[in-house]
Design a protein around this ligand. Structure first.
Ligand code: SF4
Ligand code: SF4
Length: 364
C-alpha cells in the first residue's frame, strides 16, 4: 500500500468512505458484512476511515467506531464532518460525534460539503472558531473542509484561513472538462494537501464506451478501466489520499489490488487518457448547438435545447441529473414523439428518443 507523509502522519494512499455500507432488509447497516470490509482493508494497510454526522442517518459513525475498536487507536485515522444544514448546533454535534465514535479525539475533522449556498453560514456561525478551539484542546488533530462549489467560493474559504487540508471531487474527467484542475491548483498554491473524493465519478469512469475502453485496453491489456482513474490521480503530487466508498469485500479487494500494483500514469498514457476522455464525452452527448430551429414546431412547447443540456449532464453525471427536467413547465415528460422537431435539426439528433430516455431516467 502506497503511503504518504501527510501532516506529519503516515496515511495510506487509499482511504475507505463509509457512506454506502452494506445494509440489512430493514435498511440498517449490516454490521458483520461492513466490519469484514474494514478488517480486510485494515489488514492490507489502509489506515484512513472517513465518515460523517449524516451518513446512514448517523449510524455510520457508530459503526466505524465499533468496527475499529479492536485496533490500537493510534494505528488508524478517523475523519468525520459537520454539516450546518443537518444540525446547526455544532457544539452539540461535535460532542455527539465523539460519543457515537466512542473516541476522545478525531484525526481529520471537516466542514462538510461547502457549497455556494452554505459558505457564508459556515464562515460566520462560529463553527470554525469552535473547531479550532477543539484542535488546541487536542480533540481534533487536523481541520479541513470538503468542497462542492465555485472557484470564487474556494477563494473565500482559503482567504478565511486556518485550514490543514481540503477534500475535493477530483478525477480525470472533472480535471479535463470542468474546474477540478483549477481547484487543485488553487489549493496547491495555498499549500493545502488534497484528499480526493469521487475518484471514478460515482462509478461513471469504471466503464466508458466500448470504443474508448478498447483504446485503453489496447495500450495496457492488464490494466482495468477504473485503474486508469486511480493511476491518473497518483501522478498529481498534491493528492495525498484517495477515498473510495466500498460496499462489498470484493470492491475492497479490487481497490487493494489496484493500489498495491498501480504506478502513476506517465505522460504518454495521460495524453491518451485525455484524448479518450474527450471522445467519450462526444460519444455520449447530444451534439446540440442550441440553434433553436426545432422549437417553433413543437406542439408541446418543450424547450428542446434546454432538455438537450440536461440530457448531456445526465449522461455524464448519472440519472439524478435527469430530475432537473421537473423544474420546467413543459419538459421531456410531455413529449408525444410526434417527430415534428427532428426534420429541423441540422445535427440530425434523434430528439424523440432522447426525450424518452430522459423521461425514463427522471422517473427511475
Ligand atoms: S417529438 Fe417531442 S419534442 Fe419533438 S416536436 Fe414532438 S413533442 Fe416536441
Ligand atoms: S435543432 Fe437540433 S441542434 Fe438545434 S436546438 Fe434543436 S436539437 Fe439542438
Amino acid at each position: 500500500m502506497i503511503k504518504n507523509v501527510f501532516c506529519a502522519n503516515e496515511i495510506s494512499m487509499l482511504g475507505m468512505g463509509n457512506m454506502r455500507l452494506p445494509t440489512r432488509e430493514d435498511g440498517k447497516i449490516d454490521f458483520d458484512k461492513a466490519a469484514e470490509i474494514i478488517d480486510r482493508l485494515y489488514e492490507s494497510g489502509v489506515n484512513y476511515y472517513d465518515t460523517a454526522y449524516v451518513y446512514h442517518g448517523g449510524e455510520s459513525e457508530v459503526f466505524v467506531g465499533a468496527a475499529l475498536k479492536k485496533y490500537p487507536r493510534e494505528s488508524f485515522h478517523i475523519a468525520t464532518k459537520y454539516h450546518c444544514l443537518a444540525n446547526p448546533d455544532f457544539k452539540a454535534v461535535f460532542e455527539e460525534q465523539l460519543k457515537r465514535l466512542d473516541m476522545d479525539y478525531i484525526d481529520y475533522y471537516l466542514i462538510h460539503a461547502i457549497g455556494d449556498n452554505t459558505v457564508d453560514t459556515y464562515l460566520t456561525n462560529g463553527c470554525v472558531e469552535f473547531f479550532r478551539e477543539q484542535k488546541k484542546l487536542g480533540k481534533i488533530r487536523h481541520l479541513g473542509f470538503s468542497f462542492h462549489a465555485s472557484l470564487e467560493t474556494m477563494r473565500k474559504v482559503l482567504d478565511f484561513g486556518g485550514w490543514d487540508f481540503a477534500q475535493i471531487q477530483l478525477n480525470y474527467l472533472d480535471y479535463l472538462l470542468h474546474d477540478a484542475k483549477a481547484q487543485y491548483e488553487m489549493l496547491t498554491e495555498a499549500g493545502l494537501p488534497i484528499i480526493v473524493m469521487e475518484p471514478v465519478r460515482g462509478g461513471r469512469l469504471a466503464k466508458l464506451t466500448d470504443e474508448t475502453d478498447a483504446q485503453l485496453k489496447a495500450a495496457h491489456p492488464d490494466w482495468s478501466i477504473p485503474s486508469w482513474a486511480f493511476r491518473f490521480l497518483m501522478r498529481l503530487e498534491n493528492v495525498k489520499l484517495i477515498l473510495s466508498g466500498m460496499s462489498t469485500v470484493e470492491q475492497a479487494d479490487d481497490n487493494i489490488k489496484t493500489f498495491s500494483e498501480a504506478e502513476p500514469l506517465g505522460d504518454e498514457d495521460t495524453e491518451l487518457l485525455f484524448k479518450v476522455c474527450n471522445e467519450f464525452k462526444k460519444q455520449i452527448s447530444a451534439p446540440c448547438t442550441a440553434c433553436r430551429y426545432c422549437t417553433d414546431g413543437c406542439p408541446m412547447e418543450i424547450d428542446i435545447p434546454v432538455m438537450m443540456e440536461i440530457y448531456n449532464k445526465f449522461k455524464l453525471n448519472g440519472r439524478f441529473a435527469a430530475k432537473a427536467i421537473e423544474k420546467h413547465e413543459h419538459s421531456a415528460k410531455d413529449c408525444i414523439c410526434c417527430g415534428a422537431c427532428t426534420e429541423h435539426c441540422p445535427q440530425n439528433i434523434d430528439i424523440p428518443s432522447i426525450m424518452e430516455e430522459l423521461r425514463t431516467a427522471a422517473e427511475s
